[in-house]
Design a protein around this ligand. Structure first.
Ligand code: CLF
Ligand code: SF4
Length: 435
């Protein structure tokens, strides 16, 4: 799709001033007035389709705060349960965002399944997604259908010569692009997505990481362009480049901007775009009001039992053994397994996924979204395609109990749950406990 084609194909208009006011009133990031309300991030999106030189998602330390960091990935079903619990503890939670730890739109199934699950629980909550923009045009309709009205795109530059110093590669159309071509592809897709999202009525914030010597001299032109497109607000964030985080910039000694440099960049970009100045550079699993993050470990500990309840689907033809190939199943028995009990739920009638080969190659008949409510599927075998699809949905597939008794497998799963429900241990930096 080209920009020209987009201009012709989009018919919707940007949101009116009244609709905008209603959208920002309860969003703590889009307006300072929203500070009384809390946001919650669901860490359901592990993969990313680009590499930024300031990002390293392998590093996890529960004592630090920065984007891309998360203690535990969640499946859509777990995310929905966490939301219910957080809502009880923090009733001011008005915004649910997906911001990683990778890119939400590089994990579209898990992202969309999570957003839909949250809407089912609370249809008034504001849904928010933060993306690098590469896949935005492809996923825009699905995001709109899921009810997403707040969007953040991280755009660090609109000049590919600068971009190639920030992005070593971009994975697009099954190809890993490098150098200037990678940066140009990303920038083109970001601007297409930005324009399409605004025209579709979304409120779009643009995040920019300020990197001294790389894009600082370019911020004014970028802000002018964002203003011309109609972005709602611009959030210039300082680069975090502590070498301990293992990022390329960190290891190469790239310096962070000073407070004065950040203020100056915001001031001068502010001539073209409204500026956000209260960003907290949140973790991908942050919960609470901005600047007052809730200790998730405390909530999770408090809810250890609920959070460790697993929904298990079993493919069986005998109702006794795990004896069914996933692709041939016509029903799934459903169980809730917790440390205290194993409860059978209503079984799921299922249209056979594959009608022929053992590999379930491309012969799929069935949308697997219905299984996103489960944490685990037990079956005797499974083909690569459904395995990958379920994994994208955050559902684990386990074939190690093939031909064993269902009861025996569930008891083993219960035992591993009991072993897991132990107090979370908080570490102290430089105390020799965290590496
Ligand atoms: Fe989260 Fe981002 Fe939505 Fe806010 S955060 S996805 S827009 S709900 Fe907010 Fe955190 Fe800054 Fe992001 S303070 S890092 S700007
Ligand atoms: Fe990391 Fe986000 Fe960049 Fe992906 S887009 S590499 S998750 S910072």
């Amino acid at each position: 799709m080209t920009l020209q084609h987009l201009r012709q194909s989009q018919t919707k208009q940007p949101v009116s001033a009244e609709a905008q006011a209603a959208l920002v009133a309860k969003h703590p990031c889009f307006s300072k007035e929203g500070h009384r309300y809390a946001r919650m991030h669901l860490p359901v999106a592990p993969a990313c389709n680009i590499q930024c030189n300031y990002c390293n998602r392998k590093f996890d330390c529960s004592n630090e705060t920065r984007p891309g960091v998360v203690s535990k990935l969640l499946s859509p079903a777990m995310a929905a349960r966490r939301f219910e619990k957080v809502k009880q503890h923090v009733p001011e939670t008005q915004v649910v965002g997906i911001a990683g730890p990778g890119d939400p739109l590089a994990n579209p199934k898990a992202t969309l399944a999570s957003l839909k699950a949250i809407s089912k629980i609370d249809e008034d909550v504001h849904l928010c997604v933060s993306t690098n923009g590469l896949a935005l045009v492809d996923q825009l309709d699905a995001l709109l259908a899921a009810g997403v009205k707040h969007l953040t795109i991280t755009i660090n530059c609109i000049d590919a010569d600068i971009g190639q110093k920030i992005y070593p590669w971009v994975y697009f159309n099954q190809q890993r692009l490098r150098g200037r071509k990678a940066a140009q592809t990303l920038i083109d897709r970001q601007l297409l997505g930005l324009e399409a999202a605004i025209k579709a009525g979304m409120l779009v914030k643009v995040n920019t990481v300020l990197i001294p010597g790389i894009n600082d001299f370019h911020i004014d032109s970028l802000a002018k362009e964002l203003g011309r497109f109609g972005a709602f607000i611009h959030n210039i964030m300082p680069l975090i480049s502590d070498p301990a985080h293992g990022t390329y910039f960190g290891l190469m000694g790239q310096r962070e901007p000073s407070k004065r440099e950040l203020d100056l960049a915001r001031q001068s970009a502010g001539q073209s775009m409204a500026q956000m100045t209260h960003c907290q550079q949140c973790r991908a699993d942050a919960v609470g009001k901005l600047g007052q993050d809730i200790d998730l470990a405390a909530i999770e500990q408090d809810n250890a039992v609920a959070d460790s309840t697993l929904r298990v689907a079993v493919a069986t033809s005998s109702n006794q053994l795990i004896d069914q190939h996933f692709g041939h199943a016509t029903q799934f028995l459903s169980y809730l397994v917790s440390a205290e009990s194993i409860e059978q739920q209503r079984s799921i009638d299922w249209q056979q996924y594959c009608s022929g080969s053992d590999q379930c190659a491309d012969d799929k008949q069935q949308d697997l979204n219905q299984l996103s409510q489960f944490n685990t599927v037990l079956c005797s075998r499974i083909g690569h395609t459904p395995l990958q699809e379920l994994s994208d949905l955050g559902v684990e597939v386990n074939t190690k109990y093939a031909l064993r008794e269902i009861k025996e497998a569930l008891l083993e799963i219960q035992q591993s749950l009991i072993n897991q429900v132990k107090p979370a241990k908080r570490t102290v930096c430089n105390a020799g406990e965290c590496s």
